[in-house]
Design a protein around this ligand. Structure first.
Ligand code: SF4
Length: 955
């Protein structure tokens, strides 16, 4: 059987678009043809080549991507007007369909917020059914692989859900791209009666194949870009199918001379060295003269922004989307959500999340207010208390609450969420946004906020956590589009944007396994084993498609540079993730090995294959090349520092470098999805103990009862306490994120430890003096650096002991590991302190004497307070001790000194009066005056350090 169409196999050494233009001109089809491409990008290049070919004004053919054409054509031939709806709206109809089907069976219907992620997956499943022209059926016998209960529920009712979904679409005169595709593939309607050119398509779905066949029967010209000698898999199958029907023989278009591309390989040790190499290669080469001269291709958009910083000053044309979720503005909205999700109706906002929001570059809360919040020390703070701390910026802070925080708290559905985000974005200062941020704001408003307010389900009530999840999902799927128009300079694009195009020089970065090809995105509703049971084709296509585009891009170039990374980085799981070169590079290397008859590693490195070099002199690793302190940075840190807290001193003593990361640079440590956040867990424990003991003793906040309120062990109830603890835990951000298994383990471990603490370690009887007590500040003068207030807040103060050994015991609850407390520091004299050098030796010497500085610090503040209040009755510092309550070890005490040490020795009193303040002054002077941010001396510190990944001193 003969057909009217033709297939042209254009060798990659020929420019495919130029060949198509020649054919259009030869056949005089230029002004009448419909030219369809797999994507939109070739349209601009087509016009560029046409301009080069003819220098007179002409009418252009209709140039479109296949999907754009299909949607407009299919809607145009519909008898009734229909509206094309997006994925979110489809998800809502899917939800309503599931609701209907479940209601018939009297099954519990999940809430919209809970079901939304599944609805999105069902939308994808239905789209695939349409594209592959498969009749939707139920899964009758689930495969032996383990499937989520909800997946089985949905797949066993798939047909009914699909029918109900379609009915809803029809009732609302709506449609989807998948349905339009199927309708044209199935229809007997005539396709347009004009010359049709299908250019650069490779793998086709069944619906595309059906439409292309009809085009072909009507005389369409189809262009493949491949070498006929080594036809890629999908072209071979395509040819075989059509040969059986039409006995077609493709027409091969060869270049005059086949030029093999010159391939340069570069192995980089990390992203930075990879991008630096790209920048150097571009700077040292000739100027980019035309848009098809140089393309820098990124398999994923994540390194786009760092890449731009490495490219030379030249015209750039970026054609790819940048993930919205990676922008600062998306991060700001995330912080806002975290604040609202962690808020407690009785206690207010979590102080840490409020500080985090106020520290955002989009908010202009003064340093003084932020400092006051940091010094506040409590886990939660009410809005009224926040306003009490503010001075000059009271009105501004009030408006931050009114314009940003309250609207989000009040959001109950997508419409009010959209309004809240809109108001927040309108409030933050537009004058300071970079063009990129402005673009991000525009995308959030146009693609996220405005649609959010207009959906049919916009007024459906949702919980804050559900609104957050939905917002995250929208962020995940939204990109900032760089249109790449007009066509000039270096082309920066994704691998799929290169389809159909040819460049003289291609620079492809991140050619690593897991990136090129990427990791297969699996829809949990359609695992591989389920697909054939539902009549869907195998899903191994993705890798073959990317392989074709990769190989075509290289063979259509004159020169290709492939760069990859070989570093080892920590993976999401916490295990090391070794980057390896892509299988595509391995294939190229293997070919080279065959040509040269020796292993690649044995070939000497030349210009075409290089590795990034890290030159290390012998002894380099052990060289004390510490990070220098920057005077300007120290000065501005000094300005922001008013109070000295014991935890700061402790941190500095342990590792000045960690102090620099966390206190000066304020770098946030990473947090992982299914991980217990030690800081938040600690806050929950503190809050629960405070509330519980306060209820039993009646002691009020900041109240001091010097004789103490009796608390007996027999009155403690683990169960009552545990109820308080669980309530506190539920308010924590991390608790919502962790898996049920982690929750269970956490709760059981906590219950066991608290039982041990209450039943075994708590004294039979004690007198509680104060709870969560903010100790009165003590001022100290640090030489030329000014006066600072020593401040601290203690968890609890008791009076314990008998027979002349009654002492105040200041307690600090510890939920993490706590070692023993050594008191070697009591041997330090004034002259010892004076002889300490302001360098690493001086700090090391001091550290040797202190296992903790927190406990003597609390003793010092409490002692000074007693001296002020009870000058005559407070005679000895021995009347006070301090201890860590080791809650992770069942509540045992690690005391600073367990029994009276001085026995009336005046040297002992003198130590607290004279030596200890000098110790504090030395640490502060060391912080300001020593030349370097020294790393931890004790490498045990590095084990649990949040900064061990970026820190080059970590071991
Ligand atoms: S990894 Fe070690 S040296 Fe580096 S900041 Fe952390 S504790 Fe200090």
């Amino acid at each position: 059987m003969k057909s009217g169409g033709k297939i042209f196999v254009v060798h990659p050494s020929r420019n495919l678009l130029e060949v198509v233009i020649e054919h259009l001109l030869e056949r005089d089809h230029l002004e009448t043809a419909l030219v369809l491409f797999p994507n939109r990008r070739p349209v601009e290049f087509f016009k560029y080549y046409l301009c080069k070919k003819i220098d007179r004004p002409v009418l252009l053919p209709e140039l479109k991507s296949f999907e754009d054409w299909l949607v407009s054509y299919a809607i145009g031939v519909m008898k009734e007007p229909v509206q094309l709806i997006d994925q979110m709206e489809q998800a809502w109809f899917v939800y309503k369909a599931v609701e209907e089907v479940y209601a018939e069976e009297k099954r519990k219907v999940p809430s919209w917020g809970e079901f939304y992620p599944w609805a999105i997956r069902l939308v994808d499943v239905f789209r695939e059914f349409e594209m592959e022209l498969v009749e939707v059926g139920n899964l009758v016998h689930p495969p032996s692989v383990e499937l989520h209960e909800r997946v089985i529920d949905l797949l066993m009712r798939l047909k009914r859900i699909y029918e109900a979904f379609n009915k809803k679409l029809d009732d609302h005169s709506c449609t989807t791209v998948g349905k339009l595709m199927r309708s044209i593939a199935d229809s007997s309607e005539n396709l347009p009666d004009i010359p049709v050119y299908l250019v650069g398509f490779y793998a086709l779905t069944r619906s595309e194949r059906a439409i292309f066949r009809r085009f072909f029967e009507r005389g369409a010209s189809i262009y493949w870009h491949a070498d006929i000698e080594t036809l890629p898999e999908f072209y071979k199958n395509w040819l075989k199918d059509w040969h059986e029907i039409w006995q077609i023989e493709p027409e091969v278009i060869m270049p005059e001379k086949i030029a093999e591309p010159e391939i340069h390989l570069f192995e980089a040790h990390d992203l930075h060295s990879e991008l630096k190499e790209v920048g150097e290669r571009l700077s040292s080469s000739e100027k980019v003269s035309s848009p098809d001269h140089t393309a820098v291709v990124l398999p994923s958009s994540e390194p786009l922004i760092p890449l731009i910083h490495h490219l030379p000053e030249a015209d750039l044309n970026i054609t790819m989307g940048y993930p919205l979720r990676l922008t600062g503005i998306a991060n700001f909205i995330q912080k806002l959500f975290r604040l609202v999700l962690g808020a407690n109706p009785e206690r207010g906002y979590m102080t840490s999340t409020l500080i985090d929001l106020f520290n955002s570059p989009y908010i202009r809360v003064s340093k003084e207010t932020i400092r006051a919040l940091k010094e506040y020390g409590g886990g939660f703070i009410s809005e009224q208390d926040v306003l009490k701390f503010t001075k000059e910026d009271k009105d501004y802070v009030r408006s931050v609450f009114e314009k940003i925080i309250h609207p989000l708290i009040e959001a109950k559905n997508l419409r009010t969420l959209g309004d809240a985000i809109n108001t927040a974005l309108g409030f933050i200062s537009p004058g300071r946004w970079s063009p990129f941020e402005k673009e991000a704001i525009a995308v959030i408003l146009e693609n996220v906020v405005y649609p959010m307010k207009e959906y049919a389900f916009s007024e459906e009530e949702m919980e804050m956590g559900e609104l957050h999840e939905l917002f995250l999902e929208v962020l995940r799927t939204t990109s900032i589009p760089f249109e790449g128009d007009p066509l000039t300079g270096i082309q920066v694009m994704g691998i799929l944007e290169t389809r159909v195009l040819s460049f003289e020089r291609v620079i492809l970065i991140d050619v690593n396994e897991g990136v090129l090809p990427g990791v297969e995105d699996i829809n949990p509703l359609l695992p591989r084993q389920v697909r054939p049971l539902l009549g869907l084709p195998d899903h191994l296509k993705e890798e073959l498609i990317i392989r074709y585009h990769f190989e075509r891009l290289i063979s259509s170039s004159k020169e290709t540079h492939l760069l990859w990374q070989y570093c080892t980085t920590p993976g999401q799981s916490g295990l090391d993730d070794k980057k390896v070169r892509s299988r595509y590079v391995e294939k190229i290397i293997w070919q080279k090995e065959k040509e040269q008859g020796k292993l690649f590693e044995e070939t000497s490195e030349d210009e075409k294959f290089r590795r990034s070099q890290i030159t290390l002199e012998p002894g380099e690793l052990t060289k004390k090349d510490y990070l220098k302190k920057d005077t300007d940075l120290i000065d501005s840190f000094k300005v922001s520092l008013w109070a000295i807290h014991p935890t700061m001193l402790e941190l500095y003593l342990k590792c000045p470098l960690r102090f620099f990361y966390s206190q000066v640079l304020k770098i946030e440590p990473p947090s992982y999805k299914d991980e217990v956040e030690p800081a938040e867990l600690g806050t929950a424990v503190h809050e629960a103990l405070e509330e519980y003991i306060r209820t039993l003793t009646g002691i009020k906040t900041d109240q001091v009862n010097f004789s103490g309120v009796t608390l007996k062990k027999q009155n403690l109830s683990v169960d009552d306490f545990f109820n308080v603890f669980i309530r506190k835990l539920k308010g924590k951000d991390f608790y919502r994120r962790i898996s049920p298994e982690r929750k269970f383990l956490l709760e059981e471990t906590a219950r066991f430890r608290f039982r041990k603490y209450f039943e075994e370690k708590h004294p039979e009887e004690t007198k509680v003096v104060a709870l969560e007590k903010r100790l009165d500040p003590v001022k100290i003068d640090v030489g030329g650096h000014g006066r600072y207030e020593l401040k601290g807040k203690v968890d609890r103060i008791d009076r314990r002991g008998e027979n002349g050994d009654v002492r105040y015991i200041i307690m600090d609850y510890k939920t993490g590991y706590t070692g023993n407390v050594k008191t070697k520091c009591l041997n330090l004299t004034l002259s010892d302190i004076k002889s300490l050098a302001l360098d690493d030796n001086g700090l090391r010497e001091l550290k040797k004497h202190f296992s903790t500085i927190q406990l003597p610090f609390y003793i010092y503040l409490w002692g000074r307070f007693l001296l002020k209040k009870y000058h005559s009755s407070f005679t000895s510092w021995e009347d006070i001790t301090a201890a860590f309550v080791k809650l992770s070890e069942n509540g045992g005490l690690a005391e600073f000194y367990p029994s009276r040490r001085g026995n009336g020795n005046s040297g002992y009193n003198q130590w607290f009066e004279e030596v200890f303040p000098e110790v504090v002054k030395f640490i502060i002077r060391h912080l300001f005056e020593s030349p370097y941010w020294y790393p931890a001396e004790d490498k045990e510190e590095c084990k649990y350090c949040d900064y061990k990944v970026p820190c080059r001193f970590s071991v």
